[in-house]
Design a binder for this molecule. Structure first.
Ligand SMILES: [Zn+2]
Length: 384
């Protein structure tokens, strides 16, 4: 089973230059391939496959156009891969699966630098760095996330990409299935919420990261940055600011967005890792009506920032990897209203009632009570 691991890297200036140049060349070749096929089509000639294009490029085009020799200055496997990508785009078009292939624009392009393991020394991965063909050892920002070669993991291929001025590597790793054996503990229920992010029936509570000082500070910076941007637009109209200034401010905002996003994703990953590490035999969560919650004007921002969808999707993957059953209880199950002690239902429970008090004398934190009910739910579906 191949699994992909993506993490931020910290390339040297020289490596950055190489990555930029390779991605630039790949983009050029991608567009060139599309343009070339358009031309062939207009002349009534046959479509050229990626392979045929590669042969033509190397044996005819470059020798006849010495000013294009720079195409050969970057990692050839990456360039070849961009032709295959473009060829796939055409194949999808021919099969009516997508529209006519589009040119990749420089500003909004998702072109990546592909690499592949060709000899034993390629793609070696240590805790803090990875050996990428033509780039050499590249340092990770987060150590120990990508599985290391020393532990017997093999990286088959991967890509290097750039987003908002940051560099990332995504590695495809051969992962043996069900690595996780041993004894499971009893099942757990997780109540997801707005006040706290997750309340687990084993007593752990994961706070809402958006209420942390770090995120609040970044959000403040973001608001300030956006105000500054609209001011720059105003000044641009008056001729007092330049397009370049606006672009610079946009990048600044993008970077803050990215940082907030990274913190949130990181938090989800850590939460899931910690929950799965307790080896529960099953995990029960509620089928969240995220779309319904998003319609609520007062909740939508809070819900979106909690990334429940991402949490659920990633939890599912982790559960699969570890042989844990993920149970989904439908959203009409009264997990909050049910008394975990006597089983009666409190119909007048308000969202503001943080403590659950039952007539039977049972008193418990509202969300913790819900997590216990989820754990013990008897009607559920197994997530597939
Ligand atoms: Zn009760």
């Amino acid at each position: 089973m191949l699994k992909s691991f993506k993490t931020e890297i910290n390339p040297t200036e020289e490596q950055k230059h190489k990555i930029n140049k390779t991605i630039g060349t790949c983009r050029y070749i991608y567009n060139f391939y599309i343009a070339h096929n358009k031309e062939l089509h207009d002349k009534g000639e046959k479509f050229m496959s990626g392979k045929a294009f590669s042969v033509w490029l190397n044996n005819e085009y470059i020798p006849n156009n010495p000013d294009k020799i720079w195409i050969r200055e970057v990692y050839s496997k990456a360039v070849k891969h961009s032709m295959e990508d473009a060829c796939t785009a055409f194949t999808r078009f021919f099969k009516h699966q997508s529209g006519f292939p589009r040119f990749k624009k420089k500003s909004r392009s998702d072109v990546k630098m592909y690499f592949v393991k060709n000899n034993p020394r390629d793609c070696c991965c240590e805790r803090h760095r990875m050996n990428i063909p033509t780039l050499g050892w590249v340092r990770f920002k987060e150590k120990g996330y990508v599985p290391t070669t020393k532990d017997g993991w093999i990286i088959r291929s991967g890509t290097v990409s750039i987003k908002a001025g940051r560099y990332y590597v995504s590695a495809l790793v051969d992962v043996p299935e069900h690595k996780f054996t041993g004894n499971f503990t009893e099942g757990i229920g997780i109540d997801l919420g707005i006040k706290d992010f997750a309340i687990v029936s084993n007593g752990r509570t994961y706070k809402n990261i958006n209420k942390s000082a770090k995120i609040k500070k970044l959000e403040k910076q973001l608001r300030r940055g956006q105000r500054c941007l609209s001011r720059k637009y105003e000044n641009f109209k008056k001729g007092e600011s330049t397009q370049r200034n606006i672009q610079k401010q946009k990048l600044k905002i993008q970077k803050i967005h990215q940082r907030i996003n990274n913190i949130r994703t990181d938090y989800i990953n850590k939460t899931i890792a910690e929950i799965v590490k307790t080896k529960p035999s099953y995990i029960t969560i509620e089928d969240l009506n995220v779309r319904g919650m998003m319609k609520n004007r007062h909740l939508s921002k809070a819900v979106a920032s909690q990334k429940f969808y991402e949490f659920k999707a990633k939890l599912k993957i982790k559960c699969d990897d570890n042989g844990i059953k993920l149970r989904i209880v439908d959203r009409f199950y009264p997990s909050s209203k049910l008394c975990h002690c006597c089983g009666s239902i409190k119909t007048d429970l308000k969202l503001s009632d943080r403590i659950y008090k039952c007539d039977c004398g049972y008193v418990e934190d509202r969300d913790f009570n819900a997590s216990l009910n989820l754990r013990d739910a008897t009607t559920y579906e197994i997530a597939l």
